[in-house]
Design a protein. Structure first.
Lengths: 232, 427
């Protein structure tokens, strides 16, 4: 047997490694990770969501770009990308929703996860699963991440609204987020992280919360339109 | 029978028609017996396809490595196991002058030095205390000799990948990513790529920013998950300027004798081991062969059970038709004719069962493959179940041959009946 081990190990090194799956974003150890986030959890369910399988998937995907306010990566943020939503239960009661997204960072992919209150659609916690960045240490701090607790997608849409009609409004909770002390090399990953949170919330609103925050988006859109006309 | 055929050239067809008619009398029983045979043949064909497909997949994967022989540091595989299982960085390295010594060997057709290092990814879990559980495998290579060894390696083109190129030998900032490394990190040509590399003897990794200058087409090998950079640069960043990990070698003539000679020549170096990929292949095949033998045992049991079912069905049929057989004999049917008729019925059941089973195996091969892969990762890419016409031919021939043997006893019992006794017993 001893003679076999080197060859077996060598073979596993030299032969093809297990293929990476489709470019989705899943928890590395769902049972362990969810228990860490929700110690009272008794069970959880995974739901796979894909735009092609949704009714009006095509128009929802087109809407994602508008709601995100930035372009989607043509290779890695595609119509076919699968999204896994974890629903956490205590007994039969739904106590949490966890969802992650990939966003391209400056030097590698960033995996942004949110755990959500299923009733209010507020962020309970925000965390990174993968983050390779000169700013990783600062972005991973509890203090920075805690600023997102309690925010909803509505707050991000309100931020767009305030940006158009009343910049620096005190009610703008997103504008109030203080970035950690970063060097210039870390800034792109900070921005990518914010984009990841927003993208995550938009997708959750689409897959789980039934477009609850759409009125906020419409309002922000109108405000931005008016502001543009005013400027012209 | 020859005499009978001379007098009636359609005798075989008549036997066949009669046998079919007899089988159709108890359609449910016949169908269930055929289903039993079909199931056993499905298992046998799937297993045969797996054995063949797995060997083929290993062959393909080994061939895609490009080289037939590797020279590496002694104990390297154990260290590699540590690296893979524990996340350590304890690969063993060869002195780089091994390359200079070995490359002059007259039996070598081509040789390429490879330096392998492991770059830890920063915390890759959701917890604050998440350790580094993800790694990037970094290969320092000499592009020219590497491409000679693996001529199929090509740079990906298309949106996001156009303009891809290999790095210059002295470029400290350029990397080429394997297909899956790029996909996993969501990188395109022109993007930055961060890698945290701990130099030998230093506790803290240093983050380097590279530029992705090319992405490789998928090869189905470990290259897909690898980050490539110039060998000297990799050695410098890993703090091992005079070391390398593997020498990949292609011999002018590759056979057991030449391999042994080559091994003998270079094992004189105290710190190296020479590993032929044929050995790796044989070891892999022999390991899986144990599992395959166990599955084969199950298949054999299934076949035996099916055969017993066939014999039982035909025997029951013979007993039910005792009077009929007695009448046939009384009317002049010869012992040989009765024997052939019953024998033919057995063979027909086995033949139909074998054909049905083969069709089921072909149709369900993708399901079988998925099931096998869900049980274990076999470490090879491509299909591991390959059902060829030969496999089907062997399975069908085997089933028919078993039918021949299985039909002997019922046919003998039927043909041995005495007409009067059979008629009185059967009435």
């Amino acid at each position: 047997m001893k003679h076999v081990i080197p060859y077996l190990v060598l073979a596993s090194l030299t032969l093809g490694q297990q293929l990476f799956g489709a470019i989705g974003c899943t928890l590395s150890n769902p049972a362990e990770d969810l228990k860490f986030l929700y110690p009272e959890m008794t069970s959880f369910k995974e739901e796979l969501n894909e735009f092609p399988r949704l009714k009006d998937g095509s128009s929802l995907f087109k809407g994602l770009k508008a709601r995100l306010g930035s372009d989607l990566d043509s290779i890695y943020e595609t119509y076919e990308t699968p999204y896994t939503v974890y629903i956490v239960f205590k007994g039969s009661a739904k106590i949490g929703i966890v969802h992650g997204v990939n966003v391209p960072g400056k030097g590698g992919v960033i995996q942004v996860f949110l755990s959500m209150d299923p009733a209010t659609a507020q962020i309970k916690s925000f965390f990174f699963q993968r983050l390779e960045s000169p700013a990783a240490r600062q972005l991973r701090t509890k203090e920075f991440r805690a600023q997102f607790t309690g925010l909803t997608l509505g707050d991000f849409y309100k931020h767009d609204y305030y940006a158009a009609v009343e910049p620096a409004a005190k009610a703008d909770r997103v504008a109030a987020i203080k970035p950690p002390a970063l060097e210039a090399t870390g800034l792109p990953d900070y921005q990518a992280s914010l984009r990841g949170v927003r993208k995550n919330l938009i997708l959750l609103d689409c897959f789980v919360f039934g477009g609850r925050f759409e009125p906020f988006f419409e309002r922000a859109l109108q405000a931005a339109g008016k502001a543009k006309v005013g400027k012209d | 029978m020859n005499q009978a055929m001379k007098t009636d050239p359609f005798i075989l067809r008549r036997y066949f028609a009669l046998a079919i008619k007899n089988l159709r009398r108890r359609l449910v029983r016949t169908s269930l017996t055929i289903a039993g045979v079909a199931l056993a043949v499905t298992v046998a064909v799937s297993l045969g396809g797996f054995m063949l497909g797995y060997r083929g997949a290993i062959d393909r994967s080994i061939n895609m490595l490009g080289f037939q022989v590797m020279i590496m540091a002694k104990g390297c595989p154990y260290e590699a196991a540590t690296m893979m299982l524990k996340g350590g960085t304890g690969l063993l390295y060869l002195p780089s002058d091994t390359y200079d010594k070995v490359k002059s060997d007259p039996e070598i057709e081509s040789i390429t030095p490879i330096f392998v290092g492991v770059a830890q990814k920063q915390g890759s879990g959701i917890r604050d205390d998440a350790g580094a559980t993800n790694f990037s495998v970094i290969s320092g290579i000499e592009v020219l000799s590497y491409k000679v060894m693996k001529p199929w390696i090509a740079l990906k083109s298309g949106p996001g990948y156009d303009g891809g190129r290999w790095f210059e030998a002295d470029s400290k900032t350029d990397v080429v990513l394997g297909f899956e490394a790029a996909e996993y990190e969501q990188r395109k040509v022109g993007d930055s790529f961060y890698a945290s590399i701990a130099p030998a003897g230093k506790p803290e990794p240093v983050m380097h920013e590279f530029k992705v200058v090319g992405v490789l087409e998928r090869t189905g090998t470990q290259d897909d998950g690898t980050v490539f950079m110039p060998i000297d640069v990799a050695r410098e960043y890993f703090g091992r300027p005079a070391q390398l990990t593997i020498l990949g070698i292609k011999l002018k003539q590759f056979n057991a004798v030449k391999m042994r000679e080559f091994e003998t020549r270079w094992l004189k170096l105290p710190e190296v081991q020479v590993v032929g990929l044929q050995q790796v292949k044989n070891t892999l095949v022999s390991l899986v062969a144990t599992a395959q033998t166990m599955i084969a045992a199950v298949a054999v049991i299934a076949i035996i059970v099916a055969l017993i079912g066939v014999i039982n069905t035909i025997l029951m049929s013979v007993y039910e038709r005792t009077a009929e057989i007695g009448i046939m004999k009384a009317l002049g049917a010869r012992r040989g004719s009765i024997f052939q008729l019953i024998w033919l019925e057995t063979v027909i059941i086995c033949l139909i069962g074998a054909l049905t089973g083969s069709i089921l195996a072909v149709v369900g091969s993708s399901l079988v493959e998925r099931a096998i892969r869900s049980i274990a990762d076999f470490g090879v890419s491509g299909s591991i179940v390959s059902i060829t016409p030969q496999v089907i031919m062997y399975a069908v021939s085997g089933a028919v041959a078993l039918g021949f043997f299985g039909g002997l006893y019922p046919a003998w019992r039927a043909s041995s009946m005495r007409p009067v006794g059979a008629i009185s017993k059967g009435v």
